[in-house]
Design a protein around this ligand. Structure first.
Ligand code: AMP
Ligand code: GLY
Length: 413
């Protein structure tokens, strides 16, 4: 099998590592990848859909695996499929489950999938009027892709107005969703989907705030724990009330979902509720979940492509993964970049590279989230010990990471 992975982050590095473990993979290439991924997997720069198409045809690529949401939103799946190339990823229409919060919320409402109560507002004035019906804190979300920067939790009417002013100052904004604040604890579930059937992974837990104890600004994710044993008692309810109905709904609405469905959940005292859906693996969740997958990823892709996921059973290593994101100074603001990265001998955790660039012989940091370390252990403490021992072996000027990944208490109060 010849695989082409589209993307350039830690997630795509983790996907490349997972494909590389399959004896069925004959060749594997990441586009564009990054200078860190290029140390272990071939990377190629392809600009534009037509170049990707030509590359797939001349290299007889069997599967294109789309890593992130932007190519989905741009219609890459539809474009490649139209010329007979097999793609693991959703169509542009199915991708709306992530790219349009209004679409996702309306679908959940129509099919009674549990989620926060909400109102959609197209203008600032409409949004201000809608606020009156909500208690505080209230959640305000930009409708459309916002790269993890479109969610505001406002504690007062003043803060809410400030967020709305900010969101509406950009005239191209599609509008906002105002929603009820849900109290509980968060967990994510990924499901491989073939349009009609799906099979779900172990649970994982991202740590989105910048600082320990979940303080500070929201980021793209600072670290992950997988699996999350406290979530298992909710699995059947999540499957039957959320995943299954939403996939059935998408099929019924004429946009069947194929690829990886990411369900971000809040476990509340009323049961699990959807915070968001994404149309792809999470980053950095993929870096924690994929190393535990003990089923051949090529077999899963084949089953997705042939709509035979009902025949697939996923096996998992009986281990715990802790992923720690090493970030640049000033992330999630404008990161300070260009500093050499040094790695001491003896790192045992796996490394996935994200925001890095080649400079001379070595790598320098070149983005907010620079690299992800994943430690596997027989239990949480062992995984944490391993990953944090290894984090000390990495250095670059301004390097920052959270020290409390995996220690969250997943309890309802
Ligand atoms: P999202 O990008 O929609 O996942 O939102 C980012 C983060 O904002 C989530 O991981 C939650 O921590 C928080 N959040 C989003 N929606 C809500 C909500 N309705 N209630 C409470 N927290 C929320
Ligand atoms: N880690 C959050 C995301 O991938 O959206």
């Amino acid at each position: 099998m010849k695989i082409l992975i589209i993307g350039s982050g830690g997630r795509e590095h983790a996907l490349a590592d997972a494909f590389a473990r399959s004896p069925k993979v004959e060749s594997l290439v990441v586009s564009p990848g990054n200078a860190g991924i290029a140390k272990t997997h071939p990377c190629v720069k392809l600009s534009g859909f037509t170049e990707i198409e030509d590359y797939c045809k001349s290299n007889m690529i069997d599967y294109v695996f789309i890593g992130g949401e932007q190519p989905v939103a741009d219609g890459l799946t539809d474009f490649l499929r139209a010329s007979g190339i097999r793609v693991i990823g959703p169509t542009q229409a199915a991708g709306r489950i992530e790219t349009s919060k209004a679409f996702a919320k309306a679908l959940m409402k129509k099919y009674s999938v549990p989620t926060a109560e909400y109102v959609k507002a197209g203008t600032y004035e409409e949004a201000c009027r809608a606020l009156v019906g909500f208690n505080y804190p209230v959640v305000i979300k930009a409708d459309g892709l916002a790269a993890g920067k479109g969610v505001y939790i406002a504690d007062s009417p003043e803060e809410a107005t400030e967020a709305l002013l900010f969101l509406f100052q950009n005239p191209s904004k599609e509008g906002v969703i105002i929603e009820e604040y849900l109290l509980g604890w968060e967990v994510s579930l990924f499901s491989f989907c073939d349009g009609r059937n799906h099979v779900s992974t172990i649970f994982s837990q991202d740590h989105k705030q910048l600082y320990d104890n979940d303080c500070g600004p929201n980021t793209g994710g600072m670290g992950v724990l997988a699996p999350v044993p406290e979530a298992e008692p909710y699995r059947d309810e999540i499957e039957s009330k959320i995943i299954y109905p939403i996939l059935k709904a998408m099929y019924a609405e004429g946009c069947p979902f194929t690829g990886i469905l990411y369900c971000g959940l809040m476990i509340t005292s009323d049961g699990p509720k959807v915070l968001e859906f994404n149309c792809r693996w999470g980053d950095p969740e993929a870096e924690a979940v994929l190393p535990l997958l003990d089923t051949d990823l090529v077999d899963i892709c084949q089953a997705i492509d042939r709509h035979e996921l009902d025949r697939v059973h996923l096996n998992w290593l009986d281990r715990t993964a802790v992923t720690v994101v090493l970030a640049s100074r000033n992330y999630p603001g404008t990161p300070e970049t260009g500093y050499p990265i040094t790695l001491d001998e003896g790192i045992k955790s796996s490394i996935c590279y994200a925001g890095v660039a080649q400079k001379g012989e070595g790598l320098v940091n070149n983005g907010g989230r620079v690299m992800m370390l994943t430690g596997l252990g027989d239990d949480l403490m062992q995984a944490r010990e391993k990953v944090y021992r290894d984090a000390k072996k990495v250095s670059f000027e301004g390097m920052y990471y959270r020290k409390d990944i995996g220690l969250r208490s997943n309890k309802l109060y």
